[in-house]
Design a protein around this ligand. Structure first.
Ligand SMILES: *Cc1c(COP(=O)(O)O)cnc(C)c1O
Length: 379
């Protein structure tokens, strides 16, 4: 018997990757950072590989090492490291690492020497996001230093890459501008003799809308979990993989005017049945969903009554015959009348990425449906 659970459909992840794979000539890097956007990093990675992904992408070195410890041998790129990390462990594990500054390049060179092995490097150019990567002004110096380190056999330049600012706004001129800066960055690299096997810039949104940005490798994250980064209808061939649900703990009749939950931020409009649900912000329900988050219970979508607590939320069910033990669904694929993570995001003013990622903790048991990638260890 379960009280609250996160169900993850591994076959959906496999099929979503297969859908993306079929729509491009590029290879697919499945982005599984942040515990696979809350879906579980290792099972999601295996399901994505079963769907045709040939690369895995993560932010942190620790995430990449965890994939290796799980026995996954596919190429992995880790792109976010502050100084002082044991990068040589990444080099020893055959993990591809990012360099977006001369300092990072130096660290990778030192890590390669310590590991006694060439480091696999992706050079990042900042085409406008102003996060990681070298600005176009700093790019020639980075490329020149990288070419020298490659000649010294400390590094192998496997990739040149960048990341979009507003690809979730199809047709936005910023995307065209970034693609032009990227093309110029590649031309500069070529002048220094760097012709990487992998040029990559497309996230989910650009994978779905900009075939001209696919280059050699696309890096979808949210789309492999079946969620769309774009406004408008759900893209064909993608189905959400995560369902969050719980069983009602108890119900009670209360009079009209009853204040509900901390601060009495909700009052009943009439005599009614309240249902208590054992999920709260300690499990991933955003506190901003107070008086806003939608939940399917007893065939109706209801709005959370009052504040979200650490462990619990309350639903106002009127005279509907809801009972302890009934299943309430916060979000899922949407095929059974339940809200989706996208509906949740719209209701509380965030993005579907954040909704699913918040449920990545260990407090609520995660249960896997489907068999995609299960038992698949080495590839
Ligand atoms: C998270 C991330 C992605 C995936 O982005 P989605 O919008 O989820 O597809 C790709 N590349 C980088 C560098 C990222 O940080």
């Amino acid at each position: 018997m379960w009280q609250a659970e996160i169900r993850v459909d591994l076959d959906a992840i496999r099929d979503n990757v297969a859908t993306l794979r079929a729509a491009t000539t590029a290879e697919v890097m499945a982005v599984v950072k942040a515990d696979g956007y809350g879906h579980g990093m290792v099972p999601s990675a295996r399901a994505a590989l079963a769907g045709g992904a040939t690369w895995l992408g993560v932010a942190a070195l620790g995430e990449a090492l965890e994939l290796r410890r799980a026995g996954l041998t596919a190429p992995v790129l880790a792109w976010l490291h502050s100084p002082g990390l044991p990068l040589h462990e990444g080099v020893e594990a055959g993990i591809d690492l990012n360099a977006g500054s001369l300092g990072q390049l130096d660290e990778l060179t030192a890590a390669a020497r310590r590991a006694g092995r060439t480091a696999r490097v992706h050079l990042k150019i900042d085409t406008g996001l102003a996060r990681g990567g070298a600005t176009p002004a700093d790019w020639p110096a980075l490329v020149e230093a990288a070419a020298k380190a490659q000649a010294d056999q400390d590094l192998e330049i496997v990739g040149v890459w960048s990341h979009f600012v507003r690809s979730d706004e199809p047709g936005h001129e910023t995307t065209d501008h970034q693609l032009a800066v990227f093309a110029e960055g590649l031309a500069v690299a070529e002048r220094f003799g760097i012709e990487p096997r992998y040029r990559h810039i497309a996230n989910s949104a650009a994978t779905l809308t900009r075939p001209d940005a696919h280059y050699d490798l696309v890096r979808p994250g949210v789309a492999i979990y079946g969620l769309s980064p774009l406004p408008g209808p759900q893209p064909a061939g993608l189905r959400p993989a995560m369902t969050a649900r719980a069983r009602i703990t108890m119900t009670k009749r209360v009079p009209q005017g009853q204040g509900v939950s901390y601060g009495h931020a909700y009052h009943t409009a009439r005599e009614t049945t309240l249902a208590l649900l054992p999920l709260g912000y300690g499990d991933g329900v955003p506190r901003h969903a107070s008086n806003a988050g939608p939940v399917l219970l007893g065939g109706k979508v209801r709005t959370i009554a009052g504040r979200v607590c650490m462990d619990q939320i309350v639903l106002d069910c009127g005279d509907d015959p809801v009972q302890a033990g009934d299943v309430a669904t916060l979000f899922g694929p949407g095929t059974g009348g339940e809200p989706t993570a996208t509906d949740w995001a719209e209701a509380i003013g965030t993005i579907n990425y954040e909704i699913v990622t918040r449920f990545g903790g260990t407090r609520v048991p995660r249960v896997y449906d489907g068999t995609a990638g299960v038992g698949e260890v080495a590839r």
